[in-house]
Design a protein around this ligand. Structure first.
Ligand code: HEM
Length: 543
């Protein structure tokens, strides 16, 4: 099932001792010398001290002592599988990326994850789930690094360290391990009320999926696609599971956390092993690439907003099947390095300030997580397209690069004397070219558009879209999670935010917590330290 490894120079790797199955008659040292005895240290006499001279012992311990690498700073807990993506050809009018061509099959690797828990945490906690897909396309690697919730907590990536610090365990108590049931989380989302929309999705049944196989996936951001005629459109990507969207009940999630903390990981592995290969359809919502990048009054660059499917239906463009489990969890699931900046010709980023920050952050974190700049040479990260990148040397370099002149143009290696010209209308020579759109101009500011100020209308839309039993679950989730807060003022401030969403929701949660129901116009419990907080007192229409 594992795609054939390709060397950084595009040559398939055969007989590479580092890719070996570690089987065979003889045990050897790392340098290939046959080992006679791996169970006894070399000692001076049967009961004497161990000799420094015992190289096999020292090598064995040295390597073991360094087996661990840092876990991901977020999304540390995950499980993954290999598969295939097949294009339908229906995206042609929007995007010329070859991966979408009719019948085109592309190898993929998909990693599902929780966000906040550490590597050993339980699968069934209430959290957002990651849904990250690496497409090994003929035109290079494309990563669609999404979640199972279509919106995000924050509008600007500069707040990402803050929201994660708030969600991770308290610095003093290291509580909780993996849930949103604590003071710092609710402190953050009640002060940065842009997070209310994502949070209500977390408090709904979407926060406790039944199986990775039964989750939707969302690229969240708006991307810009270019078709063969050079026309651009704005696009949001959606994964729709063939098995439908299903959740655990809270009681099931709680019990499984004890009975089988590996529940989702096991479910994915067992399903694939037994031939029940999970499937998703990839679809796109398409919006005209207008200068204001708005659609029906919704700011397409604001990742706390979605576009209802009633306004922009999801059009299917391809199918994903996961049909092979990893061979080695560390080599594949831990070492895979996704990046929102891994884009292929036809798919481009937009000016969404969250996406712009992500495009810096992933490369940066992987530099330390994977120990140097050559992590794209790791088998799981290697593109299936030829590589000729002029990148040289560095920690853990595994390629033996040829040539005397690692720069372009050069007159020594018979290399291309000038920058190669690419014919963008020819799929065989097309290169990645940023869409030549006009960007916003203005004074340098630390500010945001007025369209980012509405934190409640889509939160309310979500609440109103739920059935009575789904609403009951949301109320119980808020009540349970807020009930874990030590600080009463934080609970009260979150109730104020809920009052802006829906009076009934607020009243039910307040009753569950045994607290007074605030009114929207009620003064804030403390002086407003930020513009986001001051919006709580604004006159939002509350029924
Ligand atoms: C990891 C999704 C926002 C930084 C991940 C992963 C996913 C993901 C799925 C796990 C990748 C894997 O399985 O290896 C998202 C989504 C976001 C978002 C959907 C918003 C729409 C951000 C932002 C930042 C960020 C704003 C920083 C500014 C990171 C980092 C990792 C990560 C540092 C760890 C990557 C690694 O160690 O390989 N994210 N993320 N994310 N994300 Fe995000």
């Amino acid at each position: 099932g594992t795609p054939a490894p390709v060397s950084p120079t595009g040559v398939p790797v055969t007989g590479d001792p580092l890719d070996s199955a570690q089987q065979g008659r003889w045990l050897t040292t790392a340098t290939g010398v046959r080992v006679h005895d791996t169970d006894h240290s070399l000692t001076a006499g049967r009961r004497g001290p161990t000799l420094l001279q015992d190289h096999h012992l020292r090598e064995k311990l040295m390597h073991f002592d360094h087996e661990r690498i840092p876990e991901r700073v977020v999304h540390a807990r995950g499980a993954a599988a290999h598969g295939r993506f097949t294009g339908y050809g229906t995206a042609a009018s929007i995007c010329h990326a070859g991966v979408f061509d009719e019948g085109k099959e592309t190898a993929v690797f998909v990693r599902f994850s929780t966000v906040l828990g550490s590597r050993g945490s339980a699968d069934t906690v209430r959290d957002t789930r990651g849904f990250a897909t690496k497409f090994y396309t003929d035109e290079g690697v494309w990563d669609l690094v999404g979640n199972n919730i279509p919106v995000f907590f924050i509008q600007d990536g500069i707040k990402f360290p803050d929201v994660i610090h708030a969600g991770k365990p308290h610095p003093d108590r290291e509580i909780p391990q993996a849930q949103s049931a604590h003071d710092t989380f609710w402190d953050f989302v009640s002060l940065h009320t842009e997070a209310q929309h994502h949070t209500i999705w977390n408090m709904s049944d979407r926060g406790i999926p039944r199986s990775y196989r039964m989750m939707e996936g969302f690229g969240v951001h708006t991307f810009r696609c270019t078709n063969a005629d050079g026309e651009t459109n704005l696009v949001k990507f959606h994964w729709k599971p063939k098995l439908g969207v299903h959740s655990l009940t809270w009681e099931e999630a709680q019990m499984l956390g004890g009975f089988d903390p590996d529940f989702h990981r096991r479910d994915l592995y067992d399903a694939i092993e037994s031939g029940a290969h999970p499937e998703w359809e990839l679809g796109v919502q398409v919006f005209p690439d207008t200068p204001d990048q708005m659609f029906e009054g919704i700011d397409l660059l604001d990742s706390t907003k979605l576009v209802p499917e009633e306004l922009a239906p999801v059009q299917p463009i391809g199918r994903l099947v996961l049909d092979a489990n990893p061979t080695n969890f560390f080599a594949e699931v831990e070492q895979v390095a996704f990046h929102t900046g891994h884009l292929v010709p036809g798919i481009d980023a937009t000016d969404d300030p969250l996406l712009q920050a992500r495009n810096f952050s992933y490369l940066d974190t992987q530099l330390s997580r994977l120990g140097g700049p050559n992590f794209n040479q790791l088998p799981i990260n290697r593109p299936h397209a030829p590589v000729n990148d002029m990148l040289r040397d560095g920690m853990h370099q595994t390629a033996v690069h040829g040539g005397a002149a690692p720069y372009r143009p050069n007159s020594l290696d018979g290399g291309c004397p000038f920058h190669a010209t690419t014919d963008q209308s020819d799929p065989a020579t097309r290169a990645f070219v940023e869409a030549a759109v006009t960007v916003a101009e203005g004074r340098k500011v630390r500010d945001q558009p007025a369209s980012y100020d509405d934190h409640y209308s889509q939160t309310r839309m979500f609440w109103l879209s739920l059935t009575p039993v789904e609403r009951e679950h949301v109320v119980r989730a808020y009540t349970f999670e807020l009930g874990k807060c030590y600080e009463q003022a934080i609970k009260e401030r979150q109730l104020l935010a809920l009052a802006q969403v829906d009076a009934d929701l607020c009243a039910q949660v307040a009753a569950g917590l045994g607290l007074e129901v605030p009114t929207a116009a009620e003064p804030l419990p403390e002086a407003a330290p930020s513009p986001a907080l001051s919006q709580l007192g604004a006159t939002w229409p509350v029924e």
